[in-house]
Design a protein around this ligand. Structure first.
Ligand SMILES: Cc1cc2nc3c(=O)[nH]c(=O)nc-3n(C[C@H](O)[C@H](O)[C@H](O)COP(=O)(O)O)c2cc1C
Length: 140
């Protein structure tokens, strides 16, 4: 069975809820999902066919430093895999994820679509479907 590894940082739980929904989407497509907070993430991604990385917009339109550091450690293992990126934001327009995708592409890391962003909590049908569909898209 193919495996999706979801690794995320979430300060107040919104990005974590997105991780759950992305995982549900991928599972509905028949893929095994392993979800971990970045602090507990395994260094080896060897067994993952797909990876989803989650970070809220933080600082000033920035990816969480915990995720930046994690990617720095494992980036060689991300090359050649389909990588999804996702996260929650509040007052911005999603600039952080666009810059993040550019940076990953510069490292020859293939990102799925435009990533998946949600304003605050994924708490209505539209946001929930958006996350689940992104999970399906990552593992297609
Ligand atoms: C220190 C800090 C900095 C933030 N900076 C931004 C920002 O630059 N742009 C933005 O849209 N939201 C920003 N936010 C809002 C968070 O992205 C938003 O609350 C998000 O839902 C948090 O997700 P989480 O619950 O997964 O931590 C910031 C929040 C905090 C606490």
């Amino acid at each position: 069975m193919a495996k999706l590894s979801i690794i995320y940082y979430s300060g107040s739980g919104n990005t974590e809820q997105m991780a759950d929904l992305i995982g549900e989407g991928a599972e509905s497509a028949g893929v095994e999902v392993v979800k971990s907070q970045v602090e507990a993430a395994e260094e080896s991604l060897a067994e993952a066919d797909f990876v989803a990385l989650g970070s809220p917009s933080t600082g000033s339109e920035e990816v969480a430093p915990e995720i930046v550091e994690y990617i720095e450690r494992v980036k060689d293992k991300l090359v050649g895999k389909k990588i999804g990126v996702f996260g929650s934001y509040d007052w911005g327009f999603g600039e952080w994820i666009n810059m993040w995708i550019e940076e990953l592409k510069n490292e020859n890391i293939e990102v799925v679509g435009e990533g998946c962003i949600v304003h605050l909590t994924p708490d209505d049908d539209e946001k929930i479907e958006k996350c689940k569909n992104y999970g399906i898209e990552i593992v297609k």
